[in-house]
Design a protein around this ligand. Structure first.
Ligand code: DX5
Ligand code: ZN
Length: 224
């Protein structure tokens, strides 16, 4: 029987990878023990940066069998869901703030046979989950304002992680609680203590270059 993965899961964000060698970077992360590959998609509108589209996700797909955890920081999002699903996204996370009809978007993601996540910006209250919690597979708490890697962790989000963990427990459903932004050994420990079970890490995964990815990932997992 396959062993259950040990928690927290570590999802390196390829935003911090060498974009000229993305396929190889994903292969090295896979071999280094990354649980998921986190892909940050930014549209220059919902967030002040432009990154990756479905074509890149598709090109990366053959490089790893790990779940592709696709974080869509785009609005409006609906017209791109099918393309990201077809490109090979396993988990598709949208922002609660990205549109007026998040419930419909979540239904669309699940209708495509993919796992659906909802992300909350630092200022967004957990109450936006009240009428979504029964429909989703993942909650992504942003511990920085989305748009860039390498920012400092916003500590008020620890309270939010605790609140979301309580909501998940009350729902009785299997929902992952992921945290994204400013994750290092110290903040990883605090997030896991607050109830997180998936940690996104850009800067902390890639520090020191490819020879260090395995140790970086193991250190983050060990901090939990
Ligand atoms: C920020 C992205 C994050 C980012 C994390 O908008 O969603 O995934 O890459 O980078 P670090 O770990 O460097 O804060
Ligand atoms: Zn992200």
């Amino acid at each position: 029987m396959p062993q259950a993965p040990s928690l927290p899961l570590i999802a390196p964000s390829i935003l911090s990878a060498d974009f000229a060698r993305l396929g190889e970077e994903v292969r090295v992360l896979d071999a280094a023990g990354a649980d998921w590959i986190h892909v940050d998609v930014m549209d220059g509108h919902f967030v002040p940066n432009l990154t990756i589209g479905p074509g890149v996700v598709k090109a990366l797909r053959p490089h790893s069998a790990r779940p592709f955890d696709v974080h869509l920081m785009i609005a409006p999002v609906d017209r791109f869901l099918g393309e990201f699903a077809a490109a090979g996204a396993d988990i598709i996370t949208i922002h609660a703030e990205a549109g007026a009809h998040t419930h419909r978007s979540v239904q669309a993601i699940r209708g495509l046979g993919r796992k659906a996540g909802i992300s909350l910006n630092p200022a967004t209250p957990v109450t936006v989950l009240d009428y979504l919690i029964d429909e989703i597979d993942l909650v992504l708490v942003m511990s920085v304002n989305p748009g860039f890697g390498g920012q400092g962790f916003i500590t008020s989000q620890l309270r939010k992680i605790e609140a979301v963990r309580a909501m998940i427990a009350k729902s009785g459903r299997e929902i992952r609680l992921e945290v994204d932004g400013g994750i290092d050994i110290e903040t990883a420990r605090a997030c896991v203590a607050a109830g997180a079970d998936v940690l996104v890490a850009g800067t902390a995964s890639f520090r020191g270059g490819p020879a260090h990815y395995a140790a970086n990932i193991a250190a983050l997992r060990g901090a939990g």
